[in-house]
Design a protein around this ligand. Sequence first.
Ligand SMILES: [Zn+2]
Length: 188
Amino acid sequence: MGPIAMQGPYLPDAWLPICVGHVSNPPPRSSDGLIAFSPLIVVNDAVILATVPTNDACLSSGFGPRSGKMHEGIDLKARPASMVFSGGPGVIREVGRASGYGLNVVIDHGSGVSTRYAHFDRLEPDIVEGTVIGFGQALGMMGQSGNATAIHVHYEVLLGEWGARGVWDLVPTDPFSWPAYDPSGEMS
Ligand SMILES: [Zn+2]
C-alpha cells in the first residue's frame, strides 16, 4: 500500500454529448442519442478511473484509427476551457513537453495502469514528478499545446509496467471499452 493522497474536488458528469461536427470513432450511443458510458470504469480489475476527467465537455474524437494514424486516446472539448483532473489516485511519473502531446502529465496508478493528459495550457503548481495524487485533483487547464488544432484535453488509459522506455512501453486502450464501476460491488 502506497501513500494516500486527498481526493480532489472533481465530480464526474453523468452525461457526455458528442461534439458538433465530424467526430472520428464515436462510441456506441443509446436510443436517446447520448454516448452510452459509465462515468467511472474499472481497469485491469483493479483501478477505478474517471472516464471523462473534466466537466462540461463533449467528445471531439474517439479512440482508433484517424487520418491514417492511431488516435491513442479520447479528445474532450469544453468551452470555456475546463480544468482537467486526475482520473484516479497514483503517482505523477512524467510532467513536461513531449512531441505532439505538448505540455502533458502521466500518472501511474499501480496494477499496470497509467493515464496521460495532453495539450495543457498550464499546470497547477504542485503538479510535478513524484507527487502523490488522489482521485479528482486539479492538474491544469486544457489548452492547445503540441499538435492540437483546438483547445481540448487528450486522455489516454495505458496498460503495462514502466520499463526502460518509460511511458513508451505502455499500451493505449479505449477508455470506453472498460467495465463500469458499480459501488455495490458488481461490475456491469
Ligand atoms: Zn487526441
